[in-house]
Design a protein around this ligand. Sequence first.
Ligand code: SAH
Ligand code: SF4
Ligand code: F3S
Length: 456
Amino acid sequence: MDKKTSNRYVNLFMNKHNNNPTYSVITHGCQMNEHDSEKIKTLLEEMGFVESEEKLNADFIIFNTCLVRENAEMKVYGQLGALKNLKKENPDMLIAVCGCMMQTGPARDIIREKYQHVDIVFGVNNINSLPYLIDRHLSTGKLVVDIERKDDIDEDIAIKRDNKHIGYVNIMTGCNNFCTYCIVPYARGREQSRSVESILSEVKRMVKEGYKDITLLGQNVNSYGKTLENPVTFTELLTEVNNVEGLERLRFLTSHPKDISDELIEAMGKLDKVCENIHLPFQAGSNNVLKRMNRNYTKESYLEKIEKLKQNVKGITFSTDIIVGFPGETEEDFQETLDVVRKVGYEQAFTFKYNRRPGTRADLFEDQIDEEVKQDRLQRLLDVVYPIFYEKNKAYLNTVQEVLIEGESKNNPEVMTGRTRTFKLVNVKCDKSYIGKLVNVRINDFNSFALTGEMI
Ligand code: SAH
Ligand code: SF4
Ligand code: F3S
């Protein structure tokens, strides 16, 4: 990045207003986008922008978008529309749109045609070009679009993370799986792994800065390293990161059931920092539906992996993603999904009604399910999962848990929140000085979504 050119906007602004311009990054979508937003914020602060107190009011507003389901897209258009007047009042204001939506032609066309107050559009692999794009917009006064692949996956920069004690580390980008319902591979491109050296150097730097809990991030981390010049397995990477001195907890996201190996399951049981929790999306319980989703595993093989995990990793907890109403899903198919939910006993589940995504294979399937049926199945699914969450949390009562205190609770500054190794959210009454510390907490209350306890 050429910082001299990149500072032109900031310099002009400061000369005119006598203060630094503010920024706000509005993030939709998954952890990938959350982490990308941390990179964007780091770049902007290096340039001299300061974070705005208000989400939807700043001199520079950046929307980091998601297109996995239609309502994620609709939200962005709504927010963008609401900024039209604000921009008229503040002529120095800049608006940028980036993220997965901007990887698709139709969404870019909508921005061009209907949201002409947008100044900059950039793709998921062009975050580092942002300073240059601001400069180009300043010179031309026109919409600047950059979506060509450029960023180096092995880049090693000090990212300013939202939390000082828990953080994500990207280990790969893209996805090769093409589940028939999913748009992500079209937006994020093919799998590409970052080198072990680059990942280790980032983890070591973070640990030095005080990070205790690190999550390795990718769409399908279990296939990490396959395309590297000297192929490495995910288990090998996990072992290397586990050996970083000073790190307390190690997690990874997301795992694909088809790629989770026995070797990895055994390693999870042995590596001391790897936490007793895994997010393992199963999407649907019916083998027929799984096949049409192109998931490449069966209900039986999924449950077998869960069983192996339970045997090898003492006290492991599970979370998952589930889709109801996939094209052709019958009532019997849906019952298979409920069966998996009951057998595994998830502590958390992200549940979705199937949503048609233009460009994906499942969008062309003719046996689409009526909205009412989808809604009814979603409700019946929730009626099964919520009582399980409740029972799972009840089992924590009167136990003592090691909790990493992460920060103040949103509702009450006298209460801190943290997580157990099993990723359970815990509210603890203690003061701010405990943020970033591991404390022992006796659990004395709970609801379906969180635990409450006292420090001992
Ligand atoms: N790479 C991750 C997550 C991808 S997106 C994985 O494979 O698990 C997160 C979740 O969104 C998916 O697991 C899936 O449950 C859901 N999802 C993706 N496309 C969807 C669609 N078209 N309709 C409804 N839910 C969808
Ligand atoms: Fe989408 Fe499937 Fe890739 Fe996950 S594994 S990102 S659900 S295509
Ligand atoms: Fe994530 Fe949404 Fe993109 S789920 S990868 S931000 S389409």
